[in-house]
Design a protein around this ligand. Structure first.
Ligand code: DX5
Ligand code: ZN
Length: 216
């Protein structure tokens, strides 16, 4: 499988959301990456259901929902109803992670777990075979436009090894500070999905930037 590109809508122009969704629809991107922040798990708030509803109305590609919220179990069904294809929760926010993953799957969504930069990949040993994807945060979550943390390469290697060793089909998604410089290396060492927010939306020609990331 060639790698997927998931632009983060967090960096879109919310005054022109329909325009930006139409740009993503005609681009070569594969998924919409949708960042939900609650101001508790992360020191920032993004947007909630009314905005997600607009995204759902205009998006013609799967919605990859990344929940940076405490106690995500409360809202899983609503996210499913607002069009989420994938729902990813943070390992640091879930006391009963296995149960949460089973709930996401029971809703008919793909289930993912995200790890903050300080969280060891080894914590996934006993759940990796239940996961459809893992998001390795390559910045501390909360904001777009931050600098890529280099230790992510090591974590990607470790996670790739684990998926092979355990015969897991979980895809590896890298989120934060992805750009043309680090993208090829990430894909070479096993990343399956690249999230890119600022790099895409602040470029002069986002459609061409997405095409370049897709080509690598
Ligand atoms: C960070 C979010 C990321 C972010 C990526 O908290 O989870 O998805 O929007 O944006 P860039 O690519 O600008 O780092
Ligand atoms: Zn994200």
């Amino acid at each position: 499988m060639s790698h997927l590109i998931a632009p983060s809508v967090l960096s879109a122009d919310f005054g022109n959301l329909q325009r930006d969704c139409e740009m993503l629809n005609r681009s070569e991107c594969d998924w919409y990456h949708v960042d939900i922040m609650d101001g508790v798990f992360v020191p920032n708030m993004s947007f909630g259901f009314p905005v997600l509803k607009s995204i759902q109305q205009h998006a013609k590609k799967p919605l990859d929902v990344h929940l940076m919220i405490v106690d995500p179990d409360r809202y899983l069904e609503e996210f499913k109803n607002f069009g989420a294809t994938n729902i990813t929760v943070h390992i640091e926010a879930c006391t009963h992670l296995h149960r949460t993953i089973q709930k996401i799957k029971a809703l008919g969504c793909k289930a993912g777990v995200a790890l903050n930069p300080h969280t060891s990949v080894s914590l996934l040993e006993d759940i990796i075979c239940d996961l459809d994807l893992v998001i390795l945060m390559s910045v501390n979550p909360g904001y777009g436009g931050q600098k890529f943390i280099e230790n992510t390469y090591m974590k990607t290697h470790k996670l790739k090894d684990m998926t092979v060793r355990k015969n897991s089909e979980a895809l590896i998604e890298i989120d934060g500070g992805v750009n043309q410089e680090n993208a090829s290396k990430l894909v070479d060492i096993g990343a399956n999905i690249l999230v890119a927010g600022n790099f895409v939306f602040s470029s002069a020609d986002p459609v061409a930037t997405i095409a370049a990331l897709k080509k690598l």
